[in-house]
Each structure stands twice: as structure tokens, then as C-alpha cells.
Design a protein around this ligand. Sequence first.
Ligand code: HEM
Length: 474
Amino acid sequence: LKKDFHFLTEQYWSKGDACFIPSILGDFIILPPQELGWLVNQPDDILDNMAQIMEMIEPLYTICSQYVVDHPSHHKIITRDLTRSLGELTSDVMNELAYALDAEWGIDTKGWKEVNPFTTLMNVVAQTANRVFVGTPLCRNKSFLENVLSFASSVIPSALFIHFIPEFFRPSVAPLITWQNRRYRRKLAGLIELECQQRQALFNGAAKTDAQHNDMLQWFIQAAKDSDQPGESDPSIICQRLLVVNFAAIHTTTLSITNVLYDLISSSSAAEVIHKLREEVSTVLLANDNIWTKHGISQLYKIDSTLKESMRLGELNAFGIQRLVVKQDGIESPISKTYLPEGTTVGIPNRAIHSDSRLYPNPDAYQPFRFSDLRNTSSTVVAEESQAGKTPTIPYTAKLSMATTTPAYLPFGHGRHACLGRFFASNELKLLLAYIVQHYELQTIEQRPEREWIGSMRICPMKNTIRVRRREPV
Ligand code: HEM
């Protein structure tokens, strides 16, 4: 796929044509970028996002019940409660990731330590995210963390196996394939449901609110209390929602930060870039009384840009905005006039868009400050224009941040089904990168290890190691 990509880009998408891509994991029709707007605006009864997710991860066998699929109330909890609480949770997130990373990478300032960034950062991400999902002490419980990671890692491989089983045999064969996955889920259910029941018992007493906890588990308990669906209070349903969120959060975030580190340490200007990132972190901390706040995070322009550049170069799927055609008899796309039969998966070429030189000058070059430099230029232009009393021609600053999706920047998707957790993910990633550059030396490498391809998925190196050393306290 990788070798053919350039050819496909030249042949099809640049000319505005669609392209059929056969794959053992399911065939795709990739629409040209010009049809992205049409694609994201199609209603779910024509191009269905959930049906595509069902095909891809087989959640009924790997994660949760039909009830949770049909009633995705966790979406509202992510968009409303999680995003609203980002400010209050900033110091919890920073404390947890510092605690977890110190344990993984060590605090010895004398010698270099060889670490596998993918596995160590996955532990850090799982613990940090769960500080916000289930709180302490569960997020530090060894058995909880081991099982949550094994569970999250088992979903895609199990779903791939299930994919090859004819639909008729799935109900009898799939449970055999997913027995390990169910074992992890059972262990997690034991831990989460117990915590849930204890909190519900407290909460169902005199207390109207629970001031002791501010995490996703608590928001689920509160939302269930306010809901007219009795099933919502069932600890097993709440647990399944937490598994869905963990699955969505852990690998995406880990693969993204691992890519960032490899890009950084293999860059010819690594030392200079890291120096500038450190400078920015110190300046922002100084300006905010040495406390991490949401406002401080929003001032980390270079950190944001460094993350965004690696996500542009290393989007996790070469084909984005994947949807299943569910309209009976299919549908024709409006520009390329491609017939999309019912049952096919359609998407757009993320990789081709992210490497389009009209959108990103010198697109194959890693330029960590590509977006922060642009932000400086655009704010100068906007300031000059507004001083001159003109309407700004570049209302752009917010659009340059890593969590903002545009038709040209798609690692989090785009449109109404864009990633719901991206504001949380971007804050977590910014804090993590800030902490890494502030507290660790990173040994540079000559050659960036290659990404691997699984179907259209682009996976960062998972087995390689890098060398890190704790910095003397500044
Ligand atoms: C760097 C980390 C992440 C990346 C790269 C990422 C990427 C994505 C992408 C590409 C989609 C599909 C969008 C589409 O089809 O248009 C998505 C959907 C989603 N993501 Fe994320 N994600 C990340 C982190 C998270 C986190 C931390 C959460 C939860 C707290 C989360 C929750 C979700 C949910 C619930 C959806 C489904 C949205 C829907 O169906 O409407 N993600 N994500």
C-alpha cells in the first residue's frame, strides 16, 4: 500500500477521481478530497458512522452490549462533562502523568536509560487517562492497569479475526476467539463495578452531590440518576461505557505521542527544537505562577505545533472519515459521480491531503514549528489589518491548534462525528510533551524507524527503544 500511494495519489485523487482499493480487511472506495464536504454532511441513514465502527471493531463481541451501542450516552458525557472539566482536572492530569512517567523512565540523573517509548508511554497514558475516567486509587491499581491495557490491545486483533469468519458462523465462533478479551473484561468489571456500587451507595444516601469525586465514573453515576432509563444505573452498563472510552483513548494517544518522540529525536535540528520547547515551557510556567492551568496549556504554541506536525505526518489511518453505505441501492457522489453500492466502505485520502504541497509547502519535511510560525504570521497580519480598520483576512489563530479539525487537517476526523475526546487528548498530550522536554534528555538517533502498515492503519514503531536521562532539577 505504501509503495502504491504516490501512484494512487497522482492517478486518481489529484484528478478528482475516486479510487477502488481492494483489501483483505474490506474493500474501500476512496473519494477525492473535493468530496470531503459532501461525505461528512451525509446523514447516518445514508452513510453510517456507527455501522462502520461495528464492522471495524465488532464491539458486541469485543467490548459491550447492544444496549450500549444503541444508547451511546457516553458521547454526551465526553463532550459535556469531560470537556467542561478540563480546567479543573489539569493539575490531576499533570500530577498523574508525572508520577507515571517518573516510574517508567526513572529519576536517575547520572546514566542514560534504554526505554521502549511505545510500551512505557502506553502505561503512562492509561494511568493518566484513568485518573480522569475512574480516579484514584483505581487508576494506580496494578491489576486494573494490566487488564485495561490487555483489553484495549486485544480489541483490534480479535475484530480482525472475526472479520474473516462468515457472518452466519460468527455468533458461535467469535466467542471462542474473544475468550481472552472476555477474561480481561471480567477482571475489569469486578474492579469497576465494585467501585461504582460503593459510590452509588454513598450517593443514594443523603448526599445530593458527590464532592469527593470528579471523574467520568462519577459523571456516569450522576447522569444515570437523572436519566429516565433504569438500565443506565446498572454498574455493568457503566463499566461497559468506561471500556468503550478506554478503547477510544489509549492507543490513539499512545501512538500519537510515540510518533512525536521519533520525529523529534531523528530530526537534524533536534537539539535546537528541544531547546525552544523547553524555553516555551519555562516561560509559560513562569507567567502562570508555576502552576499548570488550562490557560497556561493554551499558551504552549510550539508544543501544540510540534504535536500537530507529527499528527499531520503520521495520521493513524491513511483513509479517514470512513463510513458504511447503508442506503438501499447505494448512492452516487456529487462531483466524481462515483456509484457507491450499499455495503461498501467509503472514505477520503487523509495521507494524500496531509501531503498535498498546495496545503502544506514542502509537505514531506518535518517542520515542528510549521503551525506556530504560521500563527505568528497570521496574528501579525490580523493585528495590522484590524489597526487599519479592515476586516481580518486570516481569522486563523484557533484553526491552527492541534484539536481543531479542518478539511486540510484530519487526524481527529472532521464534521459532526469528529473525535469527541480531542480536547482532552490534546491537553493531555501537551502536558505530557511539556513534562518530557522539561524533565528528560532524549538521545538523538540517525534514522527514524519506519512506520508499519496494517491495512490502511499506520502504526508507529512498537518494539524499538530510545535512550533517555533525567535532567538535573532546574
Ligand atoms: C490523539 C488521540 C486521539 C486520536 C488521534 C483520535 C482520533 C479519532 C478519529 C480519527 C475518530 C473518527 C472520526 C471520524 O470518523 O470522523 C475518533 C472518534 C472518536 N473518538 Fe477519538 N481520538 C483520540 C483520542 C480520543 C479520546 C481521549 C477519547 C475519549 C476520551 C476519544 C473518543 C472518541 C469517540 C467517542 C469517537 C466517536 C465519535 C462519533 O462516533 O461520533 N478519542 N477519534
